[in-house]
Every structure is written in structure tokens, then in C-alpha cells.
Design a protein around this ligand. Structure first.
Ligand SMILES: [Zn+2]
Length: 234
């Protein structure tokens, strides 16, 4: 008689950019091992590929493709999968804002929420003729920039461009080679890059968690919000 197959629980999660609920399951011991090995390698490409593969396996929803998810949604999904797999509490270091005393806090990662940072302006004029249309960065574009080892500024921009336009023509970014796209980004003026950052990239929503703790050293009640939640896991 063969061993019985255990039923793996399935959970639901709201994805902000996608605008709908998806179903996912926790990862298995085998998947966790693969993930840990990738993290230990410290290789960006390997960590990225393994996380995507793991997310893909855990997403029990055929209507959604992981590589098409925006980065924000992937982060939400990764954290949710992890919290159902190895626990909902993570330890992080916080600093009292009054006396700078450092302490370790146990945080319930399921209390994560999406913070909107204003209204990202997705159409920006680069000069009198050409404008640029931006989109929430998706994984496949970030993946390409990792493979191509573009620097941080270029890759952030590269992953956000949807198309360039003038009065009569639309130049869809996906129709061009990586080399052509990088060339275009590298040729942007400093002022335009600043404009894109301030009006779009800095205003993209982010996953945050609210901390509330009383400092054991000076007694001050601290209230703060932290982002970059994926950093807690690595
Ligand atoms: Zn203090």
C-alpha cells in the first residue's frame, strides 16, 4: 500500500496592482531547501530565478502568470507564501527615535499593508516632441536587467518604460532589443531621469508594516512604518 498524499491547504490573497484575489499554497520542505540554497549563494540571478520558480509552483491559479506580476505584487505574494510556510512572525531590529537604543522586535508579517505614495504620473514629456509612457515594473523586465547587468538607475527605468511617443507614432519598448533600450535610457538627460523618478518611480505604492513599541531604555512610545520587507528574509 502506498503512503497517503497529504492535502496542502490553499489560501487567498489580494494583489494590489493586479486588482484581484489569487490562490496560493505554502511551500514544501523541498522547495524551502532550494530557496535557502539560492539565498546562501548570494547570486542575484539564482535567488531571483529560484524565488520565481517557487512562487510559480505555489500559485494555484492558472489565470495568473508569475512573470507578468508587478514587483509589488510578487513581494506581497512571496511574503504571504513564506508566512504560511515557516511562520507569521519575523524578527527585525528597530531603533528608538529618541535615544537610539536598538532592540529586536517580533513582527507579525501578515499585518503588512500597501502604502500609496501619491499619484504616479505615467505620462511624462521628455522634450517638446517626445513623451514617455511608464508602467509598474514587472518581473520579466527586471529579470532582463539582472541578466544584462545594467546598473541600478538604468534597470529601474528600463523596467518601467511602456512606450515612447510623439504626435503621430508610438514606439513600444518591447519591440526593441535590450541594447537599443539601454542606449535610449543612457541617453536621457539627468533632468529627465530626475523627473521620471520624482513623478513616477518614487510615487509607486509599496508594501509596508507599522511598528509600535515602547523603548525599554527611555520609555518613549515609538510609532513608525518600515518598507523593503523582503530584506527581512535574507
Ligand atoms: Zn529610547
Amino acid at each position: 500500500m502506498s503512503l497517503p498524499t497529504l492535502q496542502i491547504p490553499v489560501y487567498e490573497l489580494d494583489l494590489f496592482i493586479l486588482g484581484k484575489k489569487v490562490k496560493y499554497r505554502p511551500y514544501t520542505v523541498k522547495e524551502e531547501k532550494t530557496l535557502l540554497m539560492a539565498m546562501e549563494s548570494n547570486e542575484e540571478k539564482q535567488i531571483f530565478e529560484t524565488s520565481i520558480r517557487c512562487c510559480d509552483a505555489c500559485l494555484v491559479d492558472d489565470s495568473v502568470k508569475v512573470e507578468e506580476l508587478s514587483v509589488l505584487d510578487l513581494e506581497t505574494l512571496l511574503i504571504a507564501i513564506r508566512s504560511k510556510s515557516v511562520g507569521e512572525s519575523v524578527e527585525l531590529q528597530a531603533k528608538c527615535e529618541a535615544c537610539e537604543h536598538k532592540l529586536n522586535l517580533n513582527v507579525d508579517i501578515t499585518k503588512m499593508r500597501v502604502e500609496e505614495n501619491g499619484e504616479p504620473q505615467d505620462k511624462i514629456m521628455l522634450d517638446e516632441t517626445y513623451g514617455i509612457k511608464l508602467k509598474s515594473p514587472s518581473l520579466d523586465s527586471i529579470y532582463l536587467s539582472i541578466i544584462n547587468k545594467t546598473d541600478d538607475i538604468s534597470s529601474a527605468l528600463l523596467s518601467c518604460v511602456d512606450f515612447v511617443y510623439d504626435e503621430t507614432t508610438t514606439y513600444s519598448f518591447k519591440d526593441y532589443t535590450e541594447k537599443e533600450k539601454i542606449q535610449f535610457i543612457d541617453d536621457l538627460s539627468v533632468e529627465n531621469v530626475k523627473k521620471i523618478n520624482e513623478q513616477f518611480i518614487d510615487k509607486l505604492p509599496s508594501n509596508v508594516i507599522d511598528l509600535s513599541f515602547k523603548c525599554p531604555a527611555c520609555g518613549k512610545q515609538n510609532e513608525k512604518t518600515v518598507g523593503n520587507l523582503l530584506d527581512f528574509f535574507t
